[in-house]
Design a protein around this ligand. Structure first.
Ligand code: MCA
Ligand code: AMP
Length: 510
């Protein structure tokens, strides 16, 4: 078998150990594999293979999501996981951009899927595994899937307006999972509590696939909800938990509001975890310290990116973790720090470049963007880093003021500005991120209203208007109205100036 991802999956195909469970079903590896092969046959519709066709997945998190996803990759197709948080128009845009010819959906999301479904074959996830397997075709076809074939397309925001689909190969998936299995010591008896979205690499690759390919089990929650997560931890049936910093923040808000007996139960649950990790955004040292107070160790913080998987990780040994650092590079991940003049700077600060077998193969249908993202074969992360003597990396920010991180989601200020410019009440707009304890970056739209249109540019009016056009987490939390935007002699908005002036004012609500 040429795909190391599928070879690993195949090696687990006869295991009766638990693989995934949700609120309704439990599936062993053998059952999961069998159902994925049935899903494969449904998707292939008698053809030997999906042959690189893109299949959109708009399914609520759970065992059925995993079956559909594995059905696509076992079929030699490319999975396009989508989030129900996107409004219908944006979902259709993803389907079109990826050229997906099939949509797998779950009944609860059918109303969201109407526009996306147009012109595509639709398959209901509830019945996708009901049919027979296609033994004859599957054995030889699956064995022929190449290591560098694209397994999934994950859309990520950049500095160029609309998101780009990162092509993650079968080899990328296998390498990333193997690196983390080793670094974080996954064992067969590990059980992951999974509350992350499945349309990003953190929830899908780093958490779910690492767990499954290590022969451990994943317990999938329908969504992140702090009380639910605490109660799951308190049951002490899970051993690992992966989260973005905002989730830790929300967990503590919920913890502080609970009574003493509940807090004691929850704290015991958190202490029983073998491993709690944090990533996708900087973990404030104060949050790390609170987790340590509760459990005895700070979360394991690591640095990752859709395009590279996890690049740097703090050590598994809690005593060796350094707050504020993301650790040294993982084995096989090569890293460089390059200063403004383009020279290597061993300690930095400068832009972090990454190379190695976990790095993606390019952006779907965007050869120029792919070219621009690399310097020779080094991927340019856009993150500014410095390196300590022991090799540990500290992240200092990003090279572009137009990339924001809110609750672990990467957002493009330009994309949000483009959407807001469609509003006739908006004459000019600049979207910025202001530092925020809960969200990391708080998205603020600074607007010059059209004549007489001030009311239509209020926070409430703009948020209501944007609801059908942008995913909920991209919608600015606040608008600030100004007479003019600060511009440089070339007419470009000077965002650092805006950020500074708005940081200086009293904190705003929401
Ligand atoms: C939800 N809202 C948000 C966000 N999430 N607003 C801004 N930023 C967000 N991230 C909106 C909701 O739509 C709602 O809007 C309001 O905030 C309150 O929602 P709430 O219930 O408080 O939020 P939640 O549903 O609990 O979501 C918080 C969350 C979520 C669980 C932290 O944002 C999340 O799942 N984040 C994970 C993102 C992630 O997986 N990133 C990985 C990228 P309204 O009031 O208008 O309805 S991959 C990556 O970064 C690399 C590979 C790596 O290193 O990991
Ligand atoms: P994404 O494109 O959504 O995969 O997000 C990747 C970006 O998340 C990186 O380029 C970093 O800016 C940020 N990121 C991930 N992990 C961390 C971390 N531990 N600390 C700070 N930023 C992080």
């Amino acid at each position: 078998m040429r795909s190391p991802f599928l070879a690993r999956l195949h090696a687990l195909a006869s295991s009766d150990r638990l693989a995934v469970e949700d609120d309704l079903v439990r599936r062993s590896f053998a059952e999961l594999h069998d159902r994925a092969l049935r899903a494969r046959a449904t998707l292939c519709e008698g053809r030997p293979s999906l042959d690189g066709r893109r299949v959109a997945i708009l399914v609520s998190p759970g065992a059925a999501w995993v079956e559909a996803f594995l059905g696509v990759v076992l079929g030699g197709g490319v999975a396009l996981p989508l989030s129900p948080l996107y409004p219908p128009g944006e979902l259709a845009w993803f389907g079109d951009d990826a050229g997906a010819d099939t949509l797998v959906f779950s009944a609860d999301l059918a109303p969201r899927a109407v526009e996306l479904a147009k012109g595509r074959r639709v398959v209901n996830v509830e019945t996708i595994a009901d049919g027979p397997r296609d033994e004859a075709a599957s054995i030889s076809e699956i064995a022929a899937i190449a290591a560098d074939a694209t397994a999934l397309l994950l859309y990520t925001s950049g500095t160029t307006g609309k998101p780009k689909g990162a092509m993650i190969t079968h080899e990328n998936v296998a390498v990333q999972a193997a690196l983390l299995r080793e670094a974080w010591g996954f064992r067969e008896d590990d059980r992951l509590l999974h509350a992350l979205p499945l349309h990003h690499l953190h929830g899908l690759g780093i958490s779910l696939l690492t767990t499954l390919l290590a022969a451990s089990a994943a317990r999938l929650l329908p969504r992140f909800e702090a009380t639910r997560v605490w109660n799951e931890l308190a049951d002490q049936r899970v051993t690992t938990f992966m989260a973005v910093p905002t989730m830790y923040q929300k967990l503590f808000e919920c913890f502080d509001a609970a009574d003493e007996a509940t807090r004691a139960r929850w704290a015991a649950g958190a202490r029983s975890l073998r491993l709690a990790t944090s990533g996708s955004a900087a973990l404030p040292v104060t949050l790390a310290a609170r987790w340590k107070e509760l459990t005895g160790s700070i979360p394991l913080e690591r640095f990752g990116m859709t395009e590279i998987g996890v690049g740097m990780s703090n050590p598994r040994d809690p005593a060796a973790r350094r707050p504020g650092f993301v650790g040294p590079a993982l084995p096989s991940v090569e890293s460089r720090i390059v200063d403004d003049a383009g020279h290597d700077s061993p300690t930095g600060p400068g832009e972090l470049f990454i190379r190695g077998p976990s790095v993606f193969k390019g952006y779907w249908n965007r050869p120029e963007a792919t070219l621009a993202a690399f310097a020779d074969d080094w991927f340019k992360t856009g993150d500014i880093a410095e390196r300590a003597e022991d090799g540990a990396i500290r992240l200092l920010g990003r090279t572009s003021v137009d990339i924001l991180k809110s609750g672990g989601y990467k957002l493009s200020a330009l994309e949000i500005e483009e959407a807001l410019r469609e509003n006739p009440a908006v004459a000019e707009v600049a979207v910025i991120g202001l530092p925020d304890e809960v969200w990391g970056d708080r998205v603020v739209a600074v607007i010059v209203p059209a004549a007489g249109a001030e009311a239509a540019c209020s926070t409430e009016a703009i948020r209501a208007w944007a609801r059908d056009r942008l995913a909920a987490y991209k919608i600015p939390r606040e608008t600030v109205l100004v007479a003019a935007l600060p511009r440089n002699p070339l007419g470009k908005v000077v965002k650092p100036e805006l950020i500074q002036s708005l940081r200086a004012r009293a904190p705003a609500p929401i």
